[in-house]
Design a protein around this ligand. Sequence first.
Ligand code: GDP
Ligand code: IMO
Ligand code: MG
Length: 390
Amino acid sequence: MANSIAIIGAQFGDEGKGKIIDFLAENADVVARFNGGNNAGHTINVNGKTVILHLIPSGILHKGKINIIGNGVVVDPAVLMEEIEELKGKGIKVTPDNLIVSENAHAILEKHIREDKEKNMHIGTTSRGIGPAYTDKVARAGLKLIDYANQSNNSKLKPFLKNTALLINNLIDKGKKVLFEGAQGTLLDIDHGTYPYVTSSNTIAGGICTGLGISPKKIKTILGVAKAYTTRVGNGAMPTELKDDTGKIIQQKGKEFGATTGRARRVGWFDALMCKYAVMVNGLDALVITKLDILSEIENIKICVGYKHNGKIIREFSNNIEILQKCEPIYEELPGWKENLNDANDFNLFPQNAKNYIKRIEELLNIPVCIVSVGAERSQTIILRKEFLF
Ligand code: GDP
Ligand code: IMO
Ligand code: MG
């Protein structure tokens, strides 16, 4: 059986995937991106230093790991080179030994960025050219990185390019431990998200197979990452969105501003219907809950357990935009806790109400929570169930 773990966003992106990948990478050999591009912003904090990665996998801070950018990613060559230089400037080694990029990944060109800025304002995209680059790929009018490198005589890019499908299959067959790093989140998936307010790739676990060229049989464990509440950047429905002071408090305390564009993230309560749908379409084995620390001091915490639409109560998520936009969330209310969780390192010693909140999420989603994150630092991570990890 393959020894691999997938890390997938269970909400609208920015769930803290980068932090969790970095945490788990210590015991892994390989970290591989399979979708999206530099629309992603994955933040890692180690010993007070912050690194935001857009294209390069979140294993790069650990020595001796292989980082792969798969064929399913769209790569802006200039951004890739900049990111490599930026990391090198911080003393982090990035060479063709520890970063391998698929020659079959498609290039984001200037025209794609222009088009994204001109045509996709209504979606609220990151303006990185993601949609237009995938459009050209599907229309069979795109440019693979290998052809881009040859045509532009880009000798800096070429040494990083390989057939990564061959590479990753070899590594898995040799028993290497692989982390699949999702970008964006389930509700931004082109097929299963809140279309048209989505990104242009498959962000769900299914995207791993096509985006890297591996069999579904080679993915062993699939973990979803969810914030203890919900955020969304860009347009589109968000039934649990808060427009009151509580929303503002969570936004400020959680520093909910985009890692890629700096835009304010919309904030709302945890939506159990949405996450349960993520459990289904990804086949999640367990959940990682991040930012639990941000909910300290909130008197009553709400969880959305249903939607009311046209007088009817809906208990299952629907990505029908009309329902999502017009429905009224049905909430369950749980008492909060006052204690600061930033220094907590034992789940058993958590305030009872914080434990109850996690337990209720487990019950509603019908999967266990295996990690709880209580701060942005790598060290502020608590393992609840080892059996899902390396
Ligand atoms: P990603 O795109 O899923 O990797 O997430 P982002 O990096 O875009 O956004 C997550 C933000 O929350 C980053 O600024 C992280 O440093 C921060 N973060 C992650 N986990 C925690 C946590 O448990 N508590 C707090 N306070 N911040 C966290
Ligand atoms: P990470 O990997 C949050 C959102 C954009 C917009 C929509 C389409 O950091 O979780 P695009 O530029 O992809 O065509 O934009 O998707 N979006 C993200 N939101 N986190 C991300 O990535 C995102 N990548 C794209 O805001 O609503
Ligand atoms: Mg992000």
